[in-house]
Design a protein around this ligand. Structure first.
Ligand code: UN1
Length: 496
């Protein structure tokens, strides 16, 4: 174990201490004795400096040809590839997910860099005809200015990459405020961009909490776009503030994602998917499969199998190769999960597995919670409606496809959803009817790829998408250009 170090913000190409000299300690959630170091507890003054630097850098970055911007993103992708193992280790230490998944998180950032770098030579617009002679019409994407990005701790490199890479390729400059529970991965991300040769001020990193660093970033009149991933409650505040100033605003929020298992589902496949979707990242994904809606003909066999597999999951430090489920992020999250377990019991759901903190052996030094399964959950119960963000899965019996779809759609959220069936008609009906931004067929509710749109309906989002080409619409806007080479005044709609 290394001695705690002190880390700094990255502003205008320099690593700088926070103005007020305050720091937050970053602790390994699997072992509170393992302290990763002190990271800036920044405030409005630091945010102001970063926005000033980003606004200054924007003047030349916006005019840098996109293929040149792309070269830097490609270089950053190669740096991440070379350091993937180290960055994954840092990630597991700071937020707990098992090493294999942390490697996937870094990989997602690599994928995003390469995908968006490719866009540097596309960023296609439209060229079209005119209703008038000797006239050409076209559209181009233009950047917005300074992008304020606020990211969560559960995908601490992937989500910063989802926002940073498209913002940069479109020609914006960036101020990133990562979650205070996982600043080291954001710092590694910043190092990769710096080493890749990004000009000073194009990307700035300001660490700290939401209240003191995040809110000033959203409120500042010079952030032209704000992009936030986190809870729906905070998202609502961000959206309000952005709306008041007519800023572009991208919100990615919670989920209460359902897997629908029909009677004809391939049982082993469905079980494997439900375990991975429910307990991967200790259930701390916005796409976690937190509800299993199971048709009555398969309910008993499915539940028995699920309990059996969940019981055998190995908890521990994510750095140990045998570990399948790591800790949860912090003590507050542990308490929140405990509260929901009590709520579920009071509501009359049957607690069939887990329900307690896990304090065996070395796990006593961390924030672990047993994989927890509630059965006979009914759709209106709070444990079937509210996002818990922990290793807690609710199993709901249903009659079949129609009933199951109604239950799946019966929450305020709509991020991802899934169905297991071998019936083609049922699968295709489900993909149409499921009220979710992402639908999986014969796979769990997690596993999105960077070249496809990611985001949800209802309280899970605000109509935008991250990833895929759709994200370009968040970080640019269209300019429509009419070129009249007739040499005379031509009046649209009139001179026909
Ligand atoms: C999240 O659920 O918080 O789809 C993000 C996935 C990942 C991203 C998940 N690629 O599982």
């Amino acid at each position: 174990m290394t001695a705690p170090r002190t880390f700094h913000n990255f502003i205008a190409g320099r690593w700088e201490p926070p103005a007020a000299g305050q720091y937050l300690e970053n602790i390994n959630p699997a072992n509170q004795e393992d302290r990763l170091g002190y990271f800036p507890a920044s405030g409005p003054e630091d945010i102001q400096r970063a926005i000033t630097a980003a606004a200054e850098a924007y003047r030349s970055w916006r005019l840098t040809p996109p293929p040149r911007r792309a070269e830097i993103l490609f270089a950053a992708g190669n740096i991440l590839k070379a350091r993937k193992a180290d960055f994954a280790r840092d990630m597991t230490r700071e937020m707990g997910k098992v090493l294999l998944e942390a490697g996937g998180d870094v990989q997602e950032a690599i994928d995003m860099l390469f995908f968006m770098a490719g866009e540097g030579r596309r960023l296609y617009g439209q060229t079209t005809t005119s209703e008038l002679p000797d006239k050409l019409c076209m559209t181009t994407r233009v950047p917005l200015g300074v992008a304020g990005l606020i990211t969560p701790w559960n995908f601490p490199m992937a989500i910063p990459s989802w926002k940073t890479a498209p913002a940069l390729i479109c020609g914006n400059t960036v101020v990133l405020k990562p979650a205070e529970d996982a600043p080291l991965s954001a710092l590694n991300w910043a190092h990769a961009l710096e080493e890749a040769g990004l000009p000073a001020g194009v990307f700035n990193l300001v660490m700290g909490d939401g209240e003191h660093a995040g809110a000033p970033l959203v409120r500042h009149p010079h952030t032209a776009i704000v992009s936030f991933t986190g809870s729906s409650e905070v998202g609502r505040e961000v959206g309000r503030e952005a709306a008041a100033q007519f800023k572009h605003c991208n919100l990615e929020m919670g989920g209460k994602n359902a897997i629908l298992v029909l009677d004809d589902a391939p049982l082993e496949l469905a079980l494997e998917g439900a375990i991975w979707g429910g307990f991967g990242t200790s259930g701390q994904r916005c796409t976690a499969s937190s509800r299993l809606i199971v048709a009555k003909g398969i309910y008993k066999r499915f539940l028995d199998g699920f309990l059996d597999q969940a019981r055998r999951l190995r908890l521990g430090d994510g750095l140990d190769s045998g570990t399948q489920v790591g800790p949860v992020i912090n003590a507050a999250q542990l308490e929140k999960i405990e509260t929901y377990v009590r709520i579920g019991q009071q509501e009359g759901a049957r607690l069939r597995l887990g329900g307690h903190r896990y304090i065996q052996g070395a796990c006593a030094r961390g924030w672990f919670f047993e994989p927890t399964v509630f059965a006979e959950v009914s759709p209106r119960m709070r444990i079937a409606q509210e996002e818990i963000f922990g290793p807690v899965v609710s199993v709901l019996p249903c009659e079949g496809l129609e009933d199951g779809l109604e239950m799946a759609n019966g929450t305020g959220y709509g991020l991802s959803a899934s169905i297991y069936t071998q019936n083609l008609n049922a699968a295709l009906r489900a993909q149409r009817e499921l009220a979710a931004g992402i639908v999986y067929i014969n796979a769990p509710t997690i596993g999105a790829e960077v070249h496809l749109p990611f985001g949800g309906v209802k309280h899970s989002g605000n109509g935008h998408r991250e990833s895929g080409l759709a994200t370009l619409d968040v970080y640019s806007e269209w300019k429509t250009v009419y070129v009249d080479f007739s040499g005379r005044l031509q009046r649209a709609q009139i001179d026909t």
